[in-house]
Design a protein around this ligand. Structure first.
Ligand code: DC
Length: 228
């Protein structure tokens, strides 16, 4: 029985996708690719260049022109990878709260999605990859060998995000994080193009009451069972 080569992991913000995706890729010796960084990089660069995020055309043109590259970590500062936008290292900038707030509307623009989806598909074609996002199993790699959809209650996801920010030594406000997360969930799942939803053949795992190692074990159970 061969292992699945192209693995899609989707789910809402802070459902554990990046943690599980990163660990799984490491264990399988696969490429780990977090597609959210592309939407975040477009958002960050737009903010930097003074582009109004409500200006769909300008943001779309930016998404078509910008060169985003994701490489192995170039620094040992806790990063899972290094993200370059037009040659500039934006790995930490794309995690800022203003990007969290701006990225959902940006990722709802069909032209932005079209531009980034093309690149994601190309990266996925090589195989031996764990690709993480919102629409990987439904749009980017609908023929993936294994599709996982991670979910958790919004309160638990807000708690996880709160702890992450505190661990980085930054100020965090739980109620605000919860509010922002509800807002992002709503935009991500109600948008017309590639809304957040599990693919019909996805395995859905509710991680609310699960520890990271338990989720990883459950996903690995499916990896070794799955025969593409
Ligand atoms: O996973 P994340 O929080 O880094 O994603 C940032 C935003 O990008 C999120 O609001 C939804 C969007 N996104 C998307 O629409 N499609 C993807 N494949 C990945 C992320």
């Amino acid at each position: 029985m061969s292992k699945p080569s192209r693995i899609a992991i989707d789910g809402p913000a802070a459902s554990g996708k990046s943690t599980i995706g990163g660990l799984l890729a490491e264990r399988l010796n696969y490429v780990y690719f977090d597609t959210g960084v592309m939407y975040r990089a477009v958002t960050w660069v737009a903010l930097q260049r003074g582009i109004d995020l409500a200006d769909e055309e300008a943001v779309t043109v930016l998404a078509q022109r910008i060169h985003i590259e994701v490489t192995q970590p170039t620094l040992l500062d806790g990063r899972q990878y290094t993200v370059y936008a037009d040659e500039e290292d934006v790995t930490w900038q794309i995690r800022r709260p203003e990007v969290d707030r701006g990225v959902s509307p940006v990722s709802a623009y069909p032209g932005v999605r079209a531009a980034l989806t093309v690149q994601q598909r190309r990266i996925g074609q090589a195989g031996r990859i764990v690709m993480v996002g919102r629409d990987i199993g439904t749009v980017v790699m609908p023929d993936a060998d294994l599709k996982i959809y991670l979910d958790a209650s919004v309160e638990e996801r807000a708690r996880r995000r709160y702890r992450e920010i505190v661990a980085r030594g930054e100020p965090a406000d739980y109620e605000r994080i919860l509010r922002d997360m509800r807002r992002r969930d709503k935009i991500d799942s109600e948008r017309d193009t590639a809304p957040l939803r599990p693919a019909e053949d996805a395995i859905i795992i509710d991680t609310t009451a699960m520890a990271v190692n338990e989720v990883l074990a459950e996903v690995e159970r499916w990896v070794y069972k799955c025969d593409p």
